[in-house]
Ligand binder design. Structure first.
Ligand code: C5P
Length: 325
């Protein structure tokens, strides 16, 4: 049965990675669309979206915790008493990535409001490199020169793939867009995301025996606090004037849902795989997404940069895997 098990394991990992990528792609497109098609005085407060998404993740973590205890309330309570309320230091440790993610999730909106979705996706690929650097520093991973070369190639390849899309989507005369601010925001998120992702993985893998959903519960509890703070600091004055749910419609609730579920799936990828697999997987699926949209939409073209970039990405994946762990 081991062959059957490993096949199931592979299918599960593929499912988690594919779902994660589709959710983040949909999220990126919807934020970009709503931010750029709504007049500035009608648009929702982005920090309220981040806060609601933290609530969503917190609720999902509670449900998964219940499920992991077979819905036996006594054992859930015991688990919470020992692992959650009994370990305040662990809660404090999880506040570090949760603050970094709260900053990142808010900066993403700044970036997407000031850059085209395509340009955003190119620059955000720098995360591959920052993540690898943090994995060396914090998880003491060692990569051979060949692997570093593969990581760099991956970044270049994905950037090239996105270049075609970026050129197509660019809307040149947008006066209320601040390109420099958008770029600074997206580059900052590459650092906060790389750091927070590797920190979370470290806590999961060498951080003792705390169960996975307790780790998430710790993080999302801190997340609700830091996202509330961000809400007050960033949009407090505006929210008290127009209300928390100002500008909300079904699209905005959809964005909340995607941000929440996307986060849960990312945590699953970090548990079952690792941060660098996450980067490589999303690089690969970016190509798939472009190919699929070429199939589905008439106005998408596949150009020279795309073909070159795809070849480079495939080569990078092969090169990365050509050396044993
Ligand atoms: O891909 P990137 O690292 O930028 O995205 C990380 C996202 O995943 C953040 O929005 C963060 O809030 C979310 N996340 C989560 N739960 C985890 C780890 C990350 O919701 N355990």
């Amino acid at each position: 049965e081991t062959k059957h098990d490993s096949k199931r394991d592979f299918l599960f990992k593929a499912y988690v990675i594919v779902s994660m990528t589709f959710m983040w792609t949909a999220y990126t497109l919807m934020v970009s669309y709503t931010r750029n098609s709504t007049p500035a005085d009608k648009v929702y407060n982005s920090s309220s979206v981040v806060l609601l998404a933290e609530f969503t993740k917190w609720l999902i973590a509670i449900c998964c915790l219940l499920r992991s205890c077979q819905y036996d309330m006594a054992s859930v309570r015991r688990l919470l008493d020992v692992e959650f309320f009994g370990r305040p230091m662990e809660l404090l440790k999880m506040s570090v990535p949760s603050i970094a993610y709260a900053v990142q999730n808010n900066l993403d909106f700044v970036a997407l409001s000031n850059l085209d979705a395509g340009v955003y996706q190119v620059t955000t690929q720098l995360k591959v490199v920052t993540t690898a650097v943090f994995m060396v520093i914090m998880l003491r991973r060692r990569y051979s020169a060949r692997r570093w070369f593969a990581i760099t190639l991956l970044f270049a390849g994905v950037a090239a793939v996105q270049m075609d899309a970026a050129a197509e989507n660019s809307t040149s005369n947008d006066s209320d867009k601040n390109y420099t601010l958008g770029l600074i925001a997206v580059l900052s998120t590459c650092f906060t995301a790389g750091f927070a992702g590797v920190y979370f993985e470290k806590m999961l893998k060498d951080g003792g025996s705390t169960p996975f959903w307790i780790r998430n519960l710790q993080m999302y509890t801190c997340g609700i606090i830091s996202a509330s703070l961000a809400c007050v600091v960033k949009d407090g004055a505006n929210i008290s004037r127009v209300g928390f749910f100002y500008g909300y419609d079904s699209k905005v609730y959809c964005i909340v849902g995607l941000l929440g579920m996307g986060g849960i799936y990312i945590s699953l990828v970090m548990k079952h795989l690792d941060n660098l697999h996450k980067s490589f997987a999303s690089a690969f699926s970016i190509i798939l997404v472009v190919i699929m949209s070429y199939w589905m939409f008439a106005n998408v073209h596949i150009g020279g940069f795309f073909l070159l970039g795809s070849a480079v990405v495939c080569f990078a994946v092969l090169l990365y895997n050509s050396v044993p762990e």
